[in-house]
Design a protein around this ligand. Structure first.
Ligand SMILES: C[S@@+](CC[C@H](N)C(=O)[O-])C[C@H]1O[C@@H](n2cnc3c(N)ncnc32)[C@H](O)[C@@H]1O
Length: 379
């Protein structure tokens, strides 16, 4: 491949620099670094209980009070609070202090900040997404090798906390919407699950959807499948701590999906784009599903091209970045991986792949979600 090289014109390019544009571009770059380090502080705010302490307080707290109720060192808490308040993630009442070492500034959370930062039961809870930040960033160390060889790393490379992080990322919305909004949007599924159906959730992660559906529909039988040992261990632990008797969890490489059209309902939540062989998985889903069965495909809202994603999705940089560190890495974790990645399953791609796998009906559901699209796919 012939690539023109401009090295000889370097001086000419330097002469063309516009100082105002240079300043703005440098600001843009460092705003990304600000986002990265503030994300680290969000992780700490969650892990150290700082958000929960602010949410529980009846009055705005000084950093001395916040340090006291969390059992932490005031000086560190103060620096954290300054980061969070200047990033506008927590609210601050500032007062000019006479002493530089003692702060009278007070910090609190608005109701919206409580929902997103501190209330894991709220569907808008967002801090779960920051749980596995250290593990995700740790992946950077392995990225040069992956960029050279083309081979990525699966979800277990993020360790046990990776599985907990996925659980905390997706479950707040699912807990509020899966039973009451998503399942009723599917033709006849609630009725079938109530009567007793054979169900599989593939890429089940820590098992939240399986456990929730199994509890709600005791006449049905639920099997969760995942290739992550950490996710399966977490799911199995949660199952054994519950009184649920109609659910189980499996590694499909050991205990494969039935290929006899015996499953009535299959769900896949945010996992097809992570798979090394998504086409093969769709064929396995078709072989498992009865002719009258339904596949609920939930995957990231994506457009067909990079240009459309960049234009229409304000979170496109986040999506492409997390893809490199997590989704694409998983989807390329074998040398022949298809490598769809986070934004790889647009509606058109999903539909074509489903048709190729032997499905004939494909419908996007009217379910509103910030990042996910929902599809009912039938033989
Ligand atoms: C982003 S997580 C989603 C987990 C879960 N569905 C949820 O919503 O919390 C993607 C999951 O797909 C799993 N996965 C990837 N390839 C798989 C495969 N071939 N078969 C089953 N699970 C797979 C990963 O191990 C990971 O747990």
């Amino acid at each position: 491949m012939q690539i023109p090289l401009y090295r000889s014109k370097e001086r000419e390019i330097m002469d063309q620099i516009d100082s105002e544009k240079l300043k703005m571009f440098s600001f843009l770059l460092f705003s990304k670094l600000e986002g990265a380090v503030t994300s680290g502080m969000v992780h700490l705010g969650d892990q150290l209980g700082l958000y929960r302490a602010l949410a529980a307080a009846a009055i705005p707290l000084t950093t001395a009070q916040l340090a006291h109720v969390t059992g932490l060192n005031e000086r560190w808490v103060r620096e954290w609070a300054y980061n969070q308040a200047s990033a506008k993630l927590i609210s601050a009442e500032t007062t000019p202090s006479t002493s530089p070492s003692v702060s009278d500034d007070k910090f609190s959370l608005s109701p919206e900040q409580v929902a997103v930062l501190a209330n894991a039961d709220h569907p808008a809870f967002g801090v779960g997404m920051f749980h596995r930040l250290p593990q995700t960033m740790e992946a950077l160390k392995h990225m040069p090798e992956s960029f050279r060889t083309g081979v990525g790393r699966d979800y277990d490379s993020h360790g046990p906390e990776g599985a907990v992080g996925i659980e905390r990322s997706f479950e707040p919305w699912n807990n509020a919407n899966l039973i009451d909004t998503v399942l009723p949007a599917l033709d006849g599924i609630v009725k079938r699950l109530s009567a007793g159906a054979n169900v599989a959730d593939i890429g089940c992660g820590a098992g939240g959807a399986v456990l929730m559906m199994a509890r709600r529909f005791p006449a049905s039988t639920f099997r969760g499948y995942d290739i992550s040992a950490y996710a399966l261990a977490r799911a199995t632990e949660r199952l054994s701590n519950s009184d649920i008797t109609n659910a189980s969890f499996h590694d499909p490489r050991v205990d494969s999906l039935p290929a006899d059209h015996s499953v009535d309902f299959i769900s896949t939540f945010d996992c097809i784009h992570d798979m090394t062989h998504p086409t093969q998985m769709m064929k396995l889903i078709r072989a498992a599903l009865s002719d009258g069965g339904t596949w609920l495909l939930v995957d990231i809202k994506a457009h067909d091209t990079f240009a459309l994603n960049a234009q229409k999705n304000p979170m496109a940089p986040l999506m492409y970045g997390i893809s490199v560190l997590s989704c694409l890495s998983s989807a390329m974790s074998s040398p022949d991986g298809a490598g769809l990645g986070t934004l790889g399953l647009s509606p058109a791609t999903a539909q074509q792949m489903a048709l190729d796998a032997g499905f004939t009906r494909f419908q996007r559901l009217n379910v509103d979600h910030a990042v996910n699209a929902f599809y009912e796919i039938r033989p």
